[in-house]
Structures are given as C-alpha cells and as structure tokens.
Design a protein around this ligand. Structure first.
Ligand SMILES: O=C(O)CCC(=O)C(=O)O
Length: 275
C-alpha cells in the first residue's frame, strides 16, 4: 500500500520517470523558506546558487529538517523503499526576467551512483510555471542507458559545465508546473531542463537527492544522511549535520563537495557506473 502516491502515480513514475504535483507544505511555509533563503543572500551578499549546491542541505538545520519532511519521504519511500539516505540537495533560484536556464541533462552521468535508483524531490518555494521556467522532463528516458552529454560551458547555463544532451524532441517535453509548497519527483535518468524566467518574480526550488541505502558511490567513499529507516548496508559515512545556521563543520563538508563537483571529479565515475 503506497504511503503518499496513488497506484496510478506510482505506475506513472515507473513507466515515465516523473510524477507531480505533490504537496509538501502550505504556501505560507513555502514563503517562509523563500524568506530564509533571501535573508541568507542579503547576509552573504550573493546569489544562493553560488553556495547552496550539491550539499546545500548542510547549511541550515531548517533545510535539513525539510529534507526529512514526512510527506516528501512518504512519496520517496513509495518509489525506493523504507531505508532512505539524503546524499545531497541543491538550490535552483532564478530571478525575475532572468535569462539563465538549465540545459537538458541526466543526473545519472554525474552523481556517481550504482545502481541507478536515485530519486530527486524538487520542492517549490515559489510558484514554478512555464512562464517562470519550471522544471521540464522528457518522459520514459530512465528506461534507456545514459545519453551522450556535450560540455558547452554556455554563459547562461546554470549547470557547472553546461553539460547538455542534444537532439531531444522538445515537443515531447512535459512541463512540471508547481504551486509554492508543492513538489515533483524525477528519476536520476529522467532527462530534465528548465528555460529562462520570463516572469517578473523569482522562481526558487530546492532539489533533494535520495537513494536507498543499498546504492553505492562509484567515486570514492562519500557522506550522506540517513533520513528514514535503517542503514544495514554501510556504504556511506554520516554527514556532519548542522547544529546551527552555517555550522563551520557542515559548511566545510558542503564546500568540499561543491569543489569536487565543479572540478569535474565526478565525471570519470559516471563512466565507471554500472549500466
Ligand atoms: O530547477 C531547475 O531549473 C533545474 C533542476 C535540476 O536540474 C535538478 O533538479 O536536477
């Protein structure tokens, strides 16, 4: 018996690689999340995209708490089972009238995981509509092996290396529009992208990356946080979870993970990953 998804939604996820919209929290709570992000940006003096990536959940206890949101985890559990590790989280924030976009890509080529069973919960802190450049997915892509990615380093591309799958049929794309407080799920092999924000207001989402405990890292031994169930597999060390905002120990771990990713150290691992 699924805990959050209906049987039809679960079957859709398995065949198409995504499901939406699901409710994580009220619009009021989502507005609080946005306000917290914007308070951090004001204090740090830069766009949160510069720092709250890869392991952005380690910056603040409130983000780690959101990573344990029971409604999100119930849906994730329906897909990957009861023993769940959160191995990272990234913000994707676009300003109003922002040309930045995310090119078509599969996370499976850079996550360095085997088997490929990661599920991302993308949580909307603001409304995320087609006009605002919501997340879009290419159905059924998880059913095939990884696709070829070209590194473009394009200026407005929000991905570190501008990695991009070319020649996808845009007409088949599904736009996952969400209201503030809702979330979507997609599989790590689901090709996804997002366009520029043509709206006046910001579009902010936080993507949480989940794996079942039996998934291994193909890069090296890494860290993750057990957010539900038990870890009898022992493939991951425990994250330094933040005890207070910007806890230096957690921030050190966050920076190290971001540095590795930007340096492309995850790429060879994608080649090593089991198909
Ligand atoms: O939010 C976006 O625009 C892109 C999100 C994304 O690439 C992801 O969740 O993996």
């Amino acid at each position: 018996m699924p805990k959050h998804l209906t049987a039809a939604q679960l079957s859709r996820f398995r065949s198409e690689g995504y499901v939406f919209p699901l409710r994580a929290m009220s619009p009021g709570r989502a507005a609080e999340c946005r306000a917290r992000i914007e308070a951090y940006e004001a204090q740090a003096g830069h766009d949160a995209n510069r720092t709250l990536k890869i392991k952005g959940d380690l910056a603040f206890p409130w983000l780690m708490k959101l990573g344990r949101n029971p409604r999100i985890l119930d849906a994730v559990e329906d897909v990957i089972g009861p023993n769940i590790l959160l191995f990272g989280a990234s913000i994707f924030a676009k300003d109003g009238r922002d040309p930045r976009y995310v090119s078509w890509h599969q996370d499976s080529v850079c996550f360095g995981l085997a088997p490929h069973e990661e599920v991302t919960a993308w949580v909307a802190f603001t409304d995320s509509t087609m006009e605002k450049g919501c997340l879009k997915v290419m159905p059924r892509t998880p059913l095939a092996p990884d696709m070829r990615h070209v590194e473009t380093y394009a200026e407005d591309n929000m991905l570190a290396r501008g990695q991009s799958i070319e020649a996808l049929d845009e007409n088949r794309a599904v736009f996952m529009e969400l209201a503030a407080g809702e979330f979507s799920l997609h599989h790590e092999r689901t090709a996804h992208a997002s366009g520029p924000n043509r709206g006046a207001d910001r579009r902010i989402g936080f993507a949480f990356f989940h794996i079942p405990t039996y998934v291994r890292s193909t890069i090296s031994r890494r860290r993750a946080t057990l957010v539900r169930g038990r870890d009898d597999d022992g493939y991951w060390d425990a994250d330094h979870v933040p005890h207070f905002d910007l806890d230096p120990q957690s921030m050190e771990q966050l920076s190290a993970a971001w540095g590795e990713y930007k340096d492309g150290e995850t790429r060879p691992a994608a080649d090593m990953a089991e198909e």
